[in-house]
Structure formats: structure tokens, C-alpha cells
Design a protein around this ligand. Sequence first.
Ligand SMILES: [Zn+2]
Length: 295
Amino acid sequence: MPEIPEIHSLARQMEQVLPGKQLQSVDIKGEKCLNLPPEAFRAAVCGQVIRSVSSHGKWIIWQCDSEDRLLLNLNMGGETVFYPEPGEPRKGWRLQLHFTDGSRLSIGFWWLGYFHFVPAGQTHPMADGLGVDVLSGDFTPQWLRETLKAKKKAVKSVLLDQRVMAGIGNYYIHDILFLAGIHPLRQADSLSAAECARLYETIRSRLEGAEALRGAAYERDLYDQPGGFAGDVIAYQEGRPCPRCGTPIEKIQTGSNAGYICPHCQRQKGGRNGSKRAVGTGKKGAGNPGVSQGT
Ligand SMILES: [Zn+2]
């Protein structure tokens, strides 16, 4: 699944090539990824000139000269490939955008993705409801500390909540928490200032490092090339020795999904019963007797 390193990287590549291009026509095979019926979508987007490209969380935003926006979200993954010249469509394409200069963009989704038209002055319920982008200047150590202090939920579920902070997903989260030495089920408001600072540094360095390599090796960039980041530490390494202490990596239930931890390097502090199998932490007020609920 593409996360913020892949999306930022893709948006940066688009920003180098798309501004100034005018959309001439759109071939549509994946109607479900649109927010308008195909004919209405074509009428809305054909003739638009792209002014700039940016991203917020996992959304790529094309700002048009008309002030309308086009929003792309690859959701579970996909390929967005640019071709400078006309030619055969890429296998698995769902949308093909043709520009007036003969270049084109082929978009394919592994699962349902989104390509939405937003008229000038209107908001988008998903893209405009996102929290702070974790690679933006708004994401600061102080902001993270204050945000975590206000949450009586598992730290992992806060980090993954796109309405709070946008961009971290289920691939990078495991190693971020391991490298910061924080158990995913720790209550967010129980983290010390030093732990918050370490978590901030880890999020930044991990995601910026991956972005510099154009993202994960299993994703494709705008020119159909794989990313260069393949630096998993403990993610998806159940049973293998922890690179720091040698303890076998465990796969645990964290709310509705799985987490990978080193039970020695990532302690669930505050727990009197030492339970590593606590569940339901994604729900407000969910019972987790091993963790202090604070005051
Ligand atoms: Zn360890």
C-alpha cells in the first residue's frame, strides 16, 4: 500500500512534468473510482490546464488554472505511469488521460482507488478532512507531543488515524515504533517527553529516508520504476531475531490489525499483568486493564 514516501515522491515527479499540460480526453474503464458519471466527468475535466501538483497525506492534488481540483488516491496501491508520447495503454489500466501535446498518463488500481473532480470553492469530504501531513512543516515535535498527550488511545491507532495525522500507514508503522522503542499498545498520553521526541525523530527520518529513495521497492514510480527503499527492520519478520537484542519478533493483535514488536525492546509500560495480547485499543474507552488510563 503506498504511504507518504511513495505519494510525496510521485507528486514530486508529477510536479516536474504535468504543470502547463491541458487535458484533451479521458478513457475510462474504472467508473467506480470517479465521483461523477463518466460523461459528466469527461465534460468537467477535458480542457482543464494543470497549474500545480501537491500532496496531502495519501492524496495527490492537481490544482487547475480554473481553480477546480483533481484528486488522486491510489488506496491499496496501483500504477500511475507517464508516457511522453501516444501508444498502447499499459496493462491493467483503469483510466487513461491524454494531454493536448500527445503525452498521457495511465492509471491502474490494485483495488478501488479514487480520481475525483472537485469544482472551485468546494471541499472534498475525504481529502479536505485530513489531519496534519507528517512530512509537512506543520508536523513539529511540539505538535506531536501535545496531540499524543490529548489522546487516551493506543499510540499506534493515533499515528494511523488520518484525520489526526496524515500519511503513516500499515507498512512503515511497525519499524517506526520499534526504532523509537515504543510498544504499539501504549496509551498515547502515557508517553514521556523524551519518548515523544524520539518518536518524532524516527517518523521524520524513516519517512524522509524512504521518500529520498522514491519509496518502497514493491511500488512503482511515475516512470514505472520500483522504489529503492527495502529497509525493513522488524516489520513482517515474525519469529526472526530482533536486530538489537536477539529476542524473537512477535506478531500481536493491535486493535483491528496486527503489529510486529520485539517484546524486550518495546515494553508495554504501566501494565501490571504484563499482557501482550490486549485487544480493542482502537475503541474509545475499550478495556485494557494492563494500561493505566491516567487521571
Ligand atoms: Zn529487541
